[in-house]
Ligand binder design. Structure first.
Ligand code: C2O
Ligand code: CU
Length: 490
């Protein structure tokens, strides 16, 4: 069947195999019922610039009422009035200009997570830019160098501000994308804490113990909604671009017995697709996946997040939460080319050579102070932006990250992609470009990174934002003197 389909698309012949003719698998003809992902559609900010290679948008941070499920409204912190903020859609190589204005009752910035931007555009207060005060504005303006799904969020009081609703997805499309799956949707996974009075939960609930664990909201959201629905066709592939934008929660995505094929991660495609029945995403991570529901037409698939063991308190007395429902239409299943035939997702990624690399050793630590409060630290130093790791443009470094705590920590480096290697220095396959990697509790993860010439003070931190705010952060000084901004980076 695959061969016939290839032959047909290659020479333009109509092959008289009914199933094939009925469902041409080209990149733009939908295989799904009309409006299949309408529950999930994200608002997009209108592009104000007529130049096809410049996307120019307005983003306004403001408090606004949002409806999380029918009848459940909360005054949240939003970009352009919604949770999540608008989907920013650009093509690789485009220039993105964002006119940002802050109408929140607190200063803020925008950090472009995973994008290789100049340091002036990185959104870290005092290092990249002054924080944007209430009533203030800032223009972000940079070229988007890599295809993939990225995201944006504040870098001031991050746990509070992200927890209140400030995050959005940034999809960098590649006009030459080889994956011919016509039906694609972006899933922004998050959670939000709502108290008994229907207001946002205090960001310091549970005190320093709440910080030590990493506070999770009590409502799980997909594109800002509780348990949205997809109306799908059995047998037809769907491509999901997923980001975990929660401030602390890991998602263990389970498809009720269906399979997930992962074709990409933080920085675009992986070397080759991998099929599995669950997909774990730590805060900050992304995945590009294909899902082909095998269940009979008319049935439903409940997509859940199952508790992932990220350390003490994360699996005890916990149950799964529903993420979304895939309702299969009562029409005959799609019987076109099988999924592997639709995937062009192979990518050659050269392993970064570790020969001549310098070694960096960091430990993630936690200490309980005399008064009973917890502080996180890097090498025992809370807010290790006091200290820093020095590097030169062009240098390659191998970072050995030892997690000495009882909780897992997603390590995130600003500004650069890295590759994960094993204890022998060999690449972990399939190779991929990452900016965020989970360091499981009491384990060690090694990454190799090669810097370019974008000099500056680049942050690294745990992407459980309560942990970052609790001291788990540090600084990489690339070709420039050190700046101590431990009071602001949170
Ligand atoms: Cu998405 Cu410094 O973080
Ligand atoms: Cu952490």
């Amino acid at each position: 069947m695959f061969k016939a389909w290839r032959a047909r698309s290659a020479v333009g012949l109509v092959v008289a195999t009914l199933a094939l003719v009925a469902s041409p698998a080209t990149a733009d003809v939908s295989l799904q019922p009309p409006g299949w992902d309408k529950d999930l559609r994200l608002a997009e900010a209108p592009d104000l610039n007529p130049d096809p290679h410049i996307v120019e948008i307005n983003i306004e941070a403001r408090v606004a009422p949002v409806e999380l499920e029918p009848g459940k409204r909360v005054d949240a912190w939003t970009y352009n009035g919604g949770i999540p903020g608008p989907l920013v859609r650009v093509q690789v190589g485009d220039r993105l200009i964002v006119h940002f204005s802050n109408h929140l009752p607190m200063e803020t910035t925008i950090h472009w997570h995973g994008l290789r931007v100049p340091i002036q555009m990185d959104g870290v207060p005092e290092v990249s830019q002054p924080p944007v005060p209430t009533g203030g504005t800032f223009t972000y303006d940079f070229v988007v160098p890599d295809a993939g799904l990225f995201w944006y969020h504040p870098h001031v009081m991050s746990a509070a501000q992200v927890g209140f609703g400030l995050y959005g997805a940034l999809l960098v499309e590649d006009p030459a994308d080889p994956v011919k799956v016509p039906d694609q949707t972006v899933l922004v996974l998050s959670d939000i804490g709502i108290d008994d009075h229907g207001a946002l939960e205090s960001p310091d609930s549970g005190g320093s113990t709440g910080m030590a664990f990493g506070r999770e909201g009590n409502l799980v959201l997909v594109n800002g909604r509780v348990r949205p629905r997809i109306e799908a066709r059995a047998g037809a592939p769907q491509r999901w671009r997923i980001v975990n934008a929660a401030k602390s929660r890991y998602f263990g995505i389970d498809l009720d017995g269906e399979l997930i094929t992962r074709i990409g991660g933080d920085g675009g495609f992986t070397e080759y697709p991998v099929e599995s029945d669950t997909l774990v995403l730590a805060p900050g991570e992304r995945a590009d996946v294909i899902v082909v529901p095998r269940r009979a037409p008319g049935r439903e698939i409940i997509v859940r997040t199952i508790p992932y063991n990220r350390g003490y308190g994360s699996v005890e007395f916990r149950s799964a939460d529903d993420l979304l429902v895939i309702a299969l239409a009562a029409t005959p299943a799609y019987a076109g080319p099988p999924v592997p035939a639709l995937l062009g997702a192979r990518r050659t990624i050269e392993p970064i050579s570790t020969a001549g690399a310098t070694s960096v050793n960091i430990d993630f630590t936690i200490a309980q102070l005399g008064n009973g409060t917890f502080v996180y630290g890097v090498n025992g130093v809370p807010f290790a932006t006091h200290h820093s790791i020095a590097a030169k443009p062009g240098e390659t470094q191998v970072w050995t990250i030892v997690n000495k705590t009882k909780w897992s920590h997603p390590f995130h480096l600003h500004g650069f992609f890295f590759q994960v290697i094993d204890e022998k220095g060999q690449p972990v396959r399939p190779l991929e470009w990452k900016d965020t990697v989970n360091v499981p509790f009491e384990q060690t993860v090694r990454v190799v990174v090669q810097y370019d010439d974008r000099q500056g003070n680049w942050m690294f931190h745990c992407h459980i934002l309560d942990h970052a705010d609790g001291g788990l952060m540090g600084m990489l000084d690339l070709g420039v003197p050190h700046v101590d901004h431990s009071e602001h980076a949170r």
